[in-house]
Design a protein. Structure first.
Length: 492
């Protein structure tokens, strides 16, 4: 499957009132000169589902004629004022590559034309003293129609950064504001035509209900899952890890705050666990490949080329198979049903109680679980049983961490401090688990090569690393638990 060309754009949009002109910008600090104006005509057809599922998530899909980047453009949110644009050449219908990338948004709904835009664009480029492009400033006069056939006409200004940074964007914005040109309330041209406002996250605080706090966190993870779906299909670095973590966060939240939800979420939690497993092999290969290459370099200087080649072949084969498993899961109807179920999570009457009365009790229950499991590790000798016990601590500690993340609106400063302390605990437990997995990989490598001694040395090193983490576990947990105390205080 063709992945297309990906471009990151950082852009701000502004309203251009009738009779108002864009001022000269060559005197903005850092700008040496400006080129243009250059005129170009653009025609675009925007595609979406009938209920505008893409646009409601800040995603746009269009086919455009004119300009130097004609073709299909898929734009995905990538932070404040930023989007990732994926481009493919023109063709008559929606490219199947792009349709697959937005499947987590569209689900089973078909994509169809929803709006047509004709734009007369006047373009200028801001240059520094060395004539390096800093930003592109365009005035767009738009003539558009939506599904109802009603015309929409307006003018706007776009400032897209090139080599310039946020300070340049702020300086340009100040000049525009002085000229009566202010930020647009619409996140995209097509949103203005179709009447979809800019999405705003709910504002939560100590006065919010427990249901509002928990559902907001679940909605956040659902949005991350959908966004990471695109990144995983494009094989972007760390995409599998981010998607897997979002699934874990949602699953842990369903379990930690189970009593606050209208219907028992056990089935959905199980499906999120299934998704984590499908993504897990790809993530484990990433981690273990990098880990054992680094360990080999530490032990042998320089690393034996034959051993390194054996290591690379071993993991390359597994990486290809694991990626196939992940993509197959994302292409499945089961995955779409999971996303639908996550969208439908609702709260019961108990969840309407104040968050400060309910959520600390749920947190305290998870703290007790971690306590019990840490004590079991302390009493266990080295071996497979201890490995499993530490893994159980790791799972409970992650669940606690995610429950604390969801509880941030109750006490943001305390939550920030507690989560910072949890980094050390999670790193320790993660290092232990990685050492356990690495030993299993090394046993397989040693049994299937003539370099058993080398892999045996690495195996012993991983055993030592695991023992060192266990020795630090009790202290790290006590510190994390102490940092959590302000979040465990509930109001009666």
């Amino acid at each position: 499957m063709t992945r297309g060309t990906a471009v990151r754009e950082v852009e701000r949009k502004y309203e251009l009132p009738p009779g108002c002109d864009v001022p000269a910008l060559s005197e903005v600090p850092g700008v040496g000169s400006e080129t243009g104006p250059e005129r170009v005509t653009l025609d675009a057809v925007y595609y979406d589902t009938a209920d505008l599922r893409l646009l409601r998530h800040g995603v746009t899909l269009r086919c455009r004629r004119g300009g130097d980047d004609a073709g299909w453009h898929l734009k995905i949110p990538a932070g404040e004022d930023a989007r990732t644009e994926i481009r493919l050449p023109s063709q008559d219908s929606v490219p199947r590559e792009l349709a697959a990338m937005v499947r987590s948004y569209t689900r089973a709904e078909p994509l169809a034309p929803q709006a047509r835009l004709h734009t007369d664009r006047t373009r200028r480029v801001l240059l520094d003293s060395g004539e390096i492009p800093l930003a592109e400033v365009v005035v767009d006069r738009v003539d558009a129609t939506g599904p109802d056939g009603q015309p929409h006409r307006w003018s706007e200004v776009e400032v897209e950064l090139a080599a310039g940074g946020p300070s340049l964007a702020d300086a340009v914005e100040a000049r525009l504001r002085d000229a009566g040109i202010t930020r647009s309330a619409s996140p995209a041209k097509v949103a203005r035509v179709l009447g979809v406002p800019r999405r705003m996250a709910p504002e939560l605080d100590r006065e919010s209900t427990a249901g509002e706090v928990v559902l907001a966190y679940l909605r956040e993870q659902a949005a991350v899952l959908a966004a990471c779906d695109v990144a995983v299909r494009r094989d972007e670095p760390d995409a599998v890890h981010r998607m897997r973590v979002a699934a874990r966060r949602a699953r842990s939240t369903l379990r930690s705050y189970r009593t606050l939800l209208r219907n028992p979420p056990d089935a959905l939690a199980g499906e999120l666990g299934w998704l984590g497993v499908q993504l897990g092999a790809a993530r484990d290969v990433e981690v273990q490949w990098a880990r054992l290459v680094a360990r080999l370099d530490e032990e042998r200087e320089p690393a034996d080329e034959r051993v390194r080649a054996r290591l690379d072949r071993f993991f390359a084969d597994r990486a290809e198979r694991a990626r196939g498993v992940a993509i197959e899961a994302l292409d499945s109807d089961r995955y779409l049903r999971l996303l639908d179920a996550l969208d439908l999570v609702d709260t019961n009457a108990k969840a309407e109680h104040g968050a400060v009365k309910v959520i600390p009790k749920a947190l305290a229950a998870v703290v007790s679980t971690v306590d019990t499991r840490v004590r079991a590790v302390d009493a266990a000798p080295p071996g497979a049983d201890r490995d499993e016990l530490v893994h159980r601590v790791r799972k409970a500690a992650k669940r606690l961490r995610y429950a604390a993340e969801a509880a941030r609106p109750l006490n943001r400063s305390a939550a920030h401090a507690a989560l910072a302390r949890f980094i050390g605990l999670q790193d320790l437990l993660g290092e232990y688990q990685d050492a356990v997995v690495a030993r299993a990989q090394l046993r397989e490598l040693a049994a299937d090569s003539g370099d058993g001694f080398v892999f045996g040395v690495l195996y012993q090193r991983e055993r030592e690393i695991a023992d060192a983490q266990v020795a630090r576990l009790d202290h790290a947990w006590r510190q994390a638990k102490r940092a959590l105390k302000p979040l465990l205080v509930h109001e009666s």
